[in-house]
Design a protein around this ligand. Structure first.
Ligand code: SF4
Ligand code: SF4
Length: 121
């Protein structure tokens, strides 16, 4: 999720409250990773992987670092320390093509998929 105020993601946040965000455990170890994910916001998933803690139940995996109201105004409270999957997640038409996981996350929260028009400003 980017921090530009005109970016559609700052009015969405659906992916951060739809998918479990997991990553190799070393991403939360500051001795191994610059700008590591704060370990207190993570939970062990397997021997080698961790995931972001959820603010809600496992059935509705809202990342504990997500602030604000989904579909209105959101922000990532650990933006500079977010994990690789967070950095790599692309919004639909951000680079000119649709992305099904973005569309699926938005649908999960009652939001229409992004279109090329969402990137005009
Ligand atoms: S760490 Fe930030 S970008 Fe990643 S899922 Fe949580 S709120 Fe979203
Ligand atoms: S679901 Fe798509 S539009 Fe919404 S925050 Fe995630 S990448 Fe951005």
């Amino acid at each position: 999720m980017p921090d530009k105020i005109s970016h559609p993601c700052v009015r969405c946040g659906a992916c951060c409250a739809t998918f479990r965000v997991s990553f190799y455990w070393s991403e939360s170890d500051p001795t191994l990773t610059p700008n590591a994910v704060p370990i207190e916001l993570t939970e062990k998933l397997t021997a080698h992987r961790a995931h972001m803690k959820h603010a809600d139940s496992i059935d509705k995996p809202r990342c504990v670092a997500l602030k604000g109201e989904i579909g209105t105004s959101v922000g990532c409270s650990i933006y500079e320390n977010r994990s690789t999957p967070c950095r790599d997640f692309e919004a639909s038409y951000e680079s000119g093509v649709p992305h099904l996981r973005c569309d699926k996350a938005r649908a999960n929260h009652g939001l229409a998929p992004l279109t090329p028009n969402d990137w005009q400003n």
